[in-house]
Design a protein around this ligand. Structure first.
Ligand SMILES: Cc1cc2nc3c(=O)[nH]c(=O)nc-3n(C[C@H](O)[C@H](O)[C@H](O)COP(=O)(O)OP(=O)(O)OC[C@H]3O[C@@H](n4cnc5c(N)ncnc54)[C@H](O)[C@@H]3O)c2cc1C
Length: 487
């Protein structure tokens, strides 16, 4: 932990006078806690502001503009790209205490404050037979403000969409401190330019969200979960593509490659499917399928899925019992932590590729593993091409760090070559800032920067994020245990 350095003492003193010492915190522990996200690269702010009233956000931003103080907005710090790290110091606006949730069951809408934990929105909606479909794996820890700012996705995105598909309206403050409302709590709104969608996914660079109205959808009446084993990674991915051709519209279709399954089986001390059932001692790749909807439609889809399984899978299980389904999910829930047996550090790349590139991508991850000697366990959402390619390495080994740095550059280059995207849900932040120009032309980046300058002429909000390539390898992550580490 390093003591916060006051590079804007006059501005911070004025902020303290305006909002009071209970709202502007400059102690070391508070500043340290707001200095990093799940990426764990710490950059100390000068103060953490926990506004009492909405207008306080305007006060902070106007003062920041007058004194040119960098401002970073923070939800709950689960982001994995360093996007809520105050890399240029200054002030952090921390909004986790703004967590009000109001459900309108007739309109099927939720009006929420940005600090509301996403899982709690579902808890509030469930008694009305509704839910908010985007379900990042961090759902019990992350905030809706962070979800909107990153356009978060989740396991059910292929069927239900991402956060952008579920936002009716936003309220908040421009970087210059003026209050704005983008759209309204209405099902239809086409007045003026759509700056609501510009804010969604802008990673806290274009405004501060203080309220959101979300679209809720009816909870599915029934659900059936399947787990399948395949002899090879390619076999599982080809089967997934074939399943999509059947037009089953799965709520979940998770792929786990053989490296991932082997790590999870080692941690669990048990095979996912017994060798006798597989007819082989070899580790198999896995697909986890969940169908949901009206019971009659579901029965029809389940029958189609069974015909498909018979052609492709080496073994299978299925259930509509929630407790048994939870057991089928166990491999997916444990695999992420299990990978740490393959290296004490992990790069988690959330790339997206088109269906035609699934097999080339997985072959490439194995080729990389064999060439560099680093494990590359890969899992992901096989219904929408969003794969998490992990590069496991030993952080204390300089050679391993060099190889991991090479590997991430290669993966990003390959993904673009395969017609894909360098990020499908985590965003750019600082982690992917060196690769932005692999994905986008100079004209595209220039247009993005023109928008940024128009809304934030003094470069107050999240300076240095997204657009300025940062060499993250010059920074060492802090050693901390975060609430989600055990999951
Ligand atoms: C274990 C784990 C699993 C994860 N799984 C997924 C997953 O499946 N899918 C996925 O998409 N992500 C996933 N993530 C990443 C992360 O949870 C998401 O990016 C999440 O949306 C971040 O929310 P947060 O509240 O923690 O935001 P933070 O990390 O605090 O901030 C993220 C970004 O949002 C901005 N921001 C936050 N609040 C506001 C606001 N009120 N106004 C303007 N900008 C704001 C910040 O400035 C920053 O740019 C995972 C992370 C972990 C640790």
């Amino acid at each position: 932990m390093t003591t916060p350095v006051q590079t804007h003492p006059k501005a911070t003193a004025e902020l303290l006078r305006s909002l009071g010492p209970s709202r502007v915190l400059t102690d070391e522990a508070t500043c340290f806690a707001a200095s990093f996200d799940n990426m764990r690269l710490s950059f100390m702010p000068e103060a953490v502001v926990r506004p009492a009233a909405e207008e306080d956000v305007g006060v902070v931003l106007r003062l920041a503009n007058r004194h040119r103080v960098p401002v970073t907005v923070r939800g709950r710090g689960t982001g994995s790209t360093g996007a809520s790290s105050p890399i240029r110091g200054g002030w952090v606006i921390h909004l986790d205490h703004w967590d009000r949730i109001e459900i309108d069951p007739v309109s099927a809408m939720a009006t929420v404050q940005p600090g509301a934990i996403t899982a709690q929105i579902n808890d509030a909606a469930e008694p009305h037979g509704l839910f908010f479909p985007p379900d990042p794996s961090s759902i019990k820890h992350c905030s809706i403000g962070g979800n909107i700012a990153t356009n978060a996705g989740g396991l059910r995105a292929a069927k239900y969409g991402v956060v952008r598909d579920h936002v009716y309206a936003l309220e908040g403050f421009l970087p210059t401190g003026e209050k704005v409302r983008w759209a309204a709590p209405l099902r239809k709104f086409v007045s003026g330019l759509n700056l609501r969608d510009l804010w969604i996914g802008s990673e806290g660079t274009l405004g501060v969200i203080t309220s959101a109205t979300l679209k809720l959808v009816p909870l599915p009446a029934a659900r059936r979960t399947f787990l399948f084993a395949f002899r090879t990674d390619e076999g599982a991915l080809e089967a997934a593509a074939e399943l999509m051709r059947l037009r089953l519209n799965p709520a979940v279709l998770e792929f786990l490659d053989t490296q991932t399954v082997a790590a999870a089986e080692r941690q669990r001390g048990a095979r996912v499917f017994p060798s006798a059932e597989l007819g082989s001692e070899e580790t198999h790749a896995v697909l986890l399928l969940e169908l949901d909807g009206h019971p009659a439609a579901l029965a029809d889809d389940a029958a189609k899925a069974r015909q498909w399984i018979a052609r492709y899978a080496a073994a299978s299980r299925e259930t509509d019992n929630p407790a048994e389904a939870e057991r089928l999910w166990d491999i997916r829930r444990t695999c992420s932590q299990a990978m740490y047996a393959l290296g004490n550090a992990k790069l988690n790349e959330d790339v997206v590729v088109p269906f035609r590139s699934y097999v080339p991508l997985i072959r490439y991850t194995r080729e990389l593993r064999d060439r560099l000697g680093l494990a590359t366990p890969t899992f992901g959402h096989a219904a929408d091409g969003n794969f998490h390619v992990h590069i496991m390495f030993d952080r204390d080994d300089a050679e391993h760090r060099r190889k991991a740095e090479t590997a991430i550059h290669e993966v990003m280059t390959k993904v673009v070559e395969l017609g894909g995207a360098i990020t499908g849900e985590h965003g750019i932040g600082i982690a992917k800032s060196p690769f932005l120009r692999l994905q986008h032309t100079s004209a595209e980046v220039g247009a993005m920067l023109a928008v940024k300058r128009a809304l934030d002429p003094n470069g107050i909000l999240a300076p240095g994020q997204i657009f300025e390539p940062m060499n993250i390898w010059e920074h060492r992550p802090v050693k901390v245990t975060l609430p989600w580490d055990k999951h």
